[in-house]
Design a protein around this ligand. Structure first.
Ligand code: GDP
Length: 305
């Protein structure tokens, strides 16, 4: 997973240059930009290194977009970062355990390298704005050739209360975004040749745990399951209303989160029935004193490498 090994042949979970890639999703304001910055700082990513990745990314996309919009890349800056996805080359905090190290001896090159210089990976940071989500964010789930290893879905735990000042609009929006992401992951093996559900793992990051208005992580988890069940049930009703019984059953596995069964939606069900593994971990990118609690997220990333 290091530059020196980029010539090795491409497998699932590795991009064309051999660097594992993570897709960073979540609504605007959840802390995605702040997270990338903090992880870069902790991983000692040289500015030039990160920039280089940004430059090389999406050349092809950029061309097609320019053709459509009539804009050149330069004309799109400086707002482009918030409106289109951008890829950043990252390094993990040195010493973070790597999943692949479990089977290696301590003297192995990669173990040593990960202790001195953090393992290299990439993050595709996506715009969270509603209108751009399907095209600029979720669509990466089914793209081949980007070496997708994991999806990090970031949410603001202080906006997950349905009785919040905004009547829970933010919470609803977050749940519907997560729903679409998980449904795309569930369908991925059908749409992407040779893809297996287990190839892409999911981390739901419950950010802003430093705020006293935040729901604790376990409460966020049960709220998500409850709201996802609600969406599942209404989707299911919609389908059985229009389809004959057999068609409905088949259709539901494709289009209903967790499939068409009668049980209530749980994350465990998604794992058991579709192999989509979701972990839900709390923390914060920065509190008032600029402290952070991101270690367990780094460890999750390391576990995927
Ligand atoms: P993005 O739209 O998802 O990229 O979100 P940003 O990274 O721009 O963050 C949105 C706002 O939330 C900014 O004002 C951040 O400083 C703030 N923020 C991000 N993470 C945290 C956190 O863990 N705790 C607190 N209290 N604020 C945070």
């Amino acid at each position: 997973y290091f530059y020196t090994q980029s010539s090795r042949s491409r497998k699932d979970g590795q991009s064309g240059d051999g660097i594992p890639t993570f897709l960073l999703l979540g609504p605007s304001g959840s802390g995605k930009t702040a997270l990338v910055t903090v992880l870069q700082t902790r991983g000692n990513v040289a500015k030039s290194e990160a920039k280089e990745a940004d430059e090389e990314v999406d050349e092809e996309e950029e061309r097609s977009r320019s053709a459509v919009n009539g804009h050149s890349r330069d004309a799109l800056s400086p707002t482009r970062l918030s409106q289109i996805a951008s890829t950043t080359r990252m390094r993990l905090l040195p010493g973070t355990p790597l999943g692949s190290n479990r089977y290696r001896s301590e003297n192995d090159y990669e173990v040593t390298a990960s202790k001195k210089e953090g393992a290299v990976y990439k993050i595709i940071d996506t715009p969270g704005h509603g209108k751009l989500r399907s095209e600029q964010a979720i669509s990466y789930i089914n793209k081949t050739g980007i070496g997708l290893k994991g999806v990090i879905f970031m949410l603001d735990s202080s906006a997950m209360d349905t009785s919040a000042a905004d009547d829970g609009e933010m919470a609803k929006d977050t749940v519907s975004y997560l729903h679409d992401v998980l449904l795309n992951l569930q369908r991925r093996p059908k749409l992407v040749k040779k893809a297996k559900a287990e190839d892409v793992r999911v981390l739901v990051v419950c950010n802003k745990q430093d705020l006293f208005t935040s729901l604790p992580t376990t409460a966020v988890k049960s709220r998500l399951e409850m709201e996802l069940e609600r969406l599942k049930a209404s989707k299911k009703r919609g389908i059985s209303a229009v389809d004959a019984k057999e068609d409905a059953d088949e259709n539901e596995d494709e289009t209903v989160l967790g499939g068409g069964g009668e049980q209530k939606f749980t994350f465990k069900m998604l794992d058991d029935e579709f192999g989509v593994t979701v972990e839900i971990v709390g923390g914060f990118v920065k509190d008032e004193e600029e402290n952070n609690d991101v270690k367990r997220w780094e460890e999750w990333i390391g576990g995927c490498l």
